[in-house]
Write a protein that binds this ligand. Structure first.
Ligand code: ATP
Length: 323
């Protein structure tokens, strides 16, 4: 019965505001979903376009449903998602919570990810648009943190630009699955592509070479590790590439773990712009600012007037990033 799905560990905000609400209200019977084209496959499984009272994205959770710990972790995260309503955060619509069909249903993002813009299309945003995108990310992230949600996987692949607006997706799921679907060889670690450069030093130094082929994701994620990831996104926006992008994995782990940072001398940006990077990439989590503070700092950056008429500006569009 539906009512058997209760909050595994209620969010404190939820408990205070609406203790009566059961997780079952967000349960979507799998049969009600119309599953359409595959959009892509990530660490957890496939994401499909679908229909459920309109267009939706359906993220099939490829987790071991016999593992009670993982199932509870999934339900716990769902209990957090239902609390999120923000302009810059993907709309959570419900979840299929009955094994064997576990899935998360959200609004379907129609635009491209920031990753596609920056790394595939090689779009460059001018400084005003960079400020606008970054501000929206800080607002969405500030909201999630206010709700007690740590993203754990903030990266340009998880940020859509839809009708010119930021949409943050894929939060809080990171620890449920394994680091990679590939089973790691004994005494090795499988690192997903494009992941390492977002990791804060305290996470980097907690990465463990596994001895049994399993890779559990019990890393010390925190609001401040999300801030570090945001720093990497700020860098991507400015540089059009990832930090340390040509370095071997071992070198990155060693350098970041020791507190070394991607050099910024090649970046044609003002000191204020680079200082934001330095704040977010601070070695000690306590020294990294909160998103509200980052937002204020970004908004204080000087904007360029009439950018479309000044092609000499270093961050000028090399190609129009949006129609
Ligand atoms: P990783 O698993 O390492 O995070 P990923 O971000 O590519 O990689 P998923 O988050 O599972 O993996 O996403 C798979 C595909 O589905 C990606 O192309 C992603 O952009 C797309 N996608 C995810 N959520 C949505 C959504 N709400 N609307 C539209 N497309 C989405």
């Amino acid at each position: 019965p539906v009512d058997e799905i209760t909050d595994p560990e209620p969010n404190p905000v939820a408990t205070r505001k609406n203790s009566q609400k059961l997780l079952s209200e967000w349960d979507i019977p799998f049969e009600q979903l119309e599953i359409l084209d595959l959009i892509g496959t990530g660490r957890f499984g496939a994401v499909h376009k679908g229909k459920w009272h309109g267009d939706v994205a359906i993220k099939m959770m490829d987790i071991d449903t016999d593992d009670e710990k993982q199932l509870q972790a999934f339900k716990r995260e769902v209990s957090f998602f239902r609390m999120t309503r923000h302009d810059f955060v993907v709309l959570f619509m419900g979840a299929c919570m009955r094994p064997p069909h576990l899935a998360i249903v959200t609004s379907l993002c129609k635009g491209q990810t920031l990753y596609t813009h920056i790394h595939l299309r090689k779009d460059r945003f001018n400084i005003n648009r960079t400020i606008q995108i970054a501000t929206q990310i800080t607002q969405g992230m500030g909201y999630l943190h206010h709700r007690g949600i740590v993203h754990k996987d903030l990266k340009s692949k998880n940020i859509f630009i839809e009708n010119g607006k930021v949409v943050i997706t894929d939060f809080a799921l990171f620890s449920i699955g394994r680091l990679s679907k590939k089973k790691a060889r004994k005494d090795s670690l499988v690192i997903p592509d494009g992941w390492l450069c977002y990791l804060a030093p305290e996470l980097m130094t907690s990465l463990k070479i596994n001895t049994d082929g399993n890779q559990d994701m019990e890393l010390p994620f925190s609001e401040k590790s999300d801030v570090h990831s945001f720093g990497t996104i700020w860098y991507e926006l400015l540089a059009g590439e990832w930090p340390f992008h040509k370095e071997p994995v071992e070198t990155v782990i060693w350098q970041v773990g020791k507190g070394l940072k991607q050099p910024l001398n090649h970046l044609q940006a003002s000191r204020d712009v680079k200082e934001i990077l330095m704040m977010c990439w601070s070695y000690s989590p306590e020294s990294r600012p909160m998103f509200q503070h980052i937002k204020k700092t970004i908004l204080r950056l000087p904007k360029k007037k009439g950018l479309h008429r000044s092609p000499s500006h270093p961050l000028h569009l090399s190609r129009s990033a949006e129609p």
